[in-house]
Design a protein around this ligand. Structure first.
Ligand code: SF4
Length: 331
């Protein structure tokens, strides 16, 4: 596969949840958590998926891995269809796409030793068993900065940062090519966050790993990622090289997020965070552009027509009528 060929290609991904409430007459509500998401990740590339909580970014990431079944769309990993794969083909794809979770404690079995947690995936994927698997698990712990004697201990004996290192080690035991990291440091103390991020970046360089990095923290994404996709109420509203999107966002929502993101230099900090309003419910999304009730630049068309994600050149794309000359001229 050439380095330009996509590792992961997601097209038109949707995830709707159907809720039935009420008795004796039940009412059906459709939660449109993910709507028409398309995304490409190349080998070794780190792509950030950002947005406020509730925007659908974690659901989209899980649907890409088929940890939850998507409602519609297509997901290809190295050209193979992830959503129709079965049996050994699906097992191989799953091995190559691993997830690192936000809460490392809940992703580890409290009654299973660390050694057992690390050796199990190797056994399932026929990589190694017995003494060989144990030696590989010890080497894996060493790579994430933990001693080999951790193998015989239990998750509760470790700090949050150490547990996240164990979660990363477990993901690496099966030699993945893509790591989906879902808010991997947001549950950790600030001092520990930096250490875990440095570890992830070292691993990325050493192993040539690609990342889908799900986060609400723009400064972390700016530091870690090559490209970023900004999500709002289930849709990608802006995408592009991370430095350019965060320096000069085009979409009014991406701009609002950037303005509200903590500025490390106190001299450049604004007086107030400029997040206006709250993200609406995915059960009753606004018509047209879902951001229109919060948008200072909304035009007539915004409440009626969903703006498509429009490529603008230079790898950037934006879903906003302000960048559609025909719509902007008619208003
Ligand atoms: Fe604002 Fe309209 Fe652009 Fe939506 S499409 S972000 S409402 S200007």
């Amino acid at each position: 596969m050439s380095n330009d060929a996509p590792l992961l290609q997601v097209t038109g991904l949707r995830k709707h949840f159907i809720m039935r409430q009420g008795f004796p007459t039940s009412r059906t509500t459709i939660i449109r958590a993910v709507e028409d998401v398309s995304l490409t990740i190349r080998p070794g590339e780190a792509v950030g998926l950002v947005g406020e909580s509730g925007c659908g970014k974690s659901t989209a990431a899980r649907a890409m891995l088929r940890l939850i079944e998507p409602t519609a769309g297509r997901v290809r990993f190295k050209g193979q269809d992830v959503l129709t794969a079965r049996g050994d083909a699906l097992k191989t794809i799953r091995r190559k796409m691993q997830m690192v979770f936000q809460d490392p404690y809940s992703s580890l079995n409290p009654r299973q030793t660390i050694g057992s947690a690390l050796m199990e995936p190797m056994r399932v994927h026929h990589i190694a068993t017995g003494a060989q698997a144990r030696a590989r698990a010890a080497a894996q712990l060493d790579e994430v900065g933990l001693p080999a004697n951790a193998l015989d201990r239990y998750p509760h004996e470790f700090s949050g940062g150490q547990r996240q290192r164990i979660g990363i080690a477990r993901a690496l035991t099966v030699e993945p090519e893509l790591i989906v990291a879902d808010e991997p440091v947001s549950a950790l103390d600030v001092s520990v966050q930096a250490q875990v991020l440095l570890l992830l970046r070292e691993l990325r360089t050493r192993r040539g790993l690609a990342f889908l990095f799900v986060s609400h923290d723009l400064s972390v994404v700016r530091w870690f990622c090559d490209r970023v996709a900004v999500m709002y109420l289930g849709r990608i509203v802006e995408e592009g090289p991370v430095a350019e999107v965060l320096r000069a966002p085009l979409h009014p929502y991406a701009n609002m997020l950037r303005e509200a993101s903590p500025e490390p230099d106190p001299a450049r900090r604004g007086k107030l965070p400029r997040i206006i309003g709250e993200i609406p419910s995915a059960a009753a999304p606004p018509t047209g552009c879902a951001f229109h009730p919060r948008c200072m630049g909304a035009m007539q068309a915004c409440a009626r027509v969903v703006p498509p994600l429009r490529p603008l050149g230079g790898g950037r794309a934006v879903a906003c009528h302000l960048y559609d000359p025909a719509v902007a001229a008619a208003n």
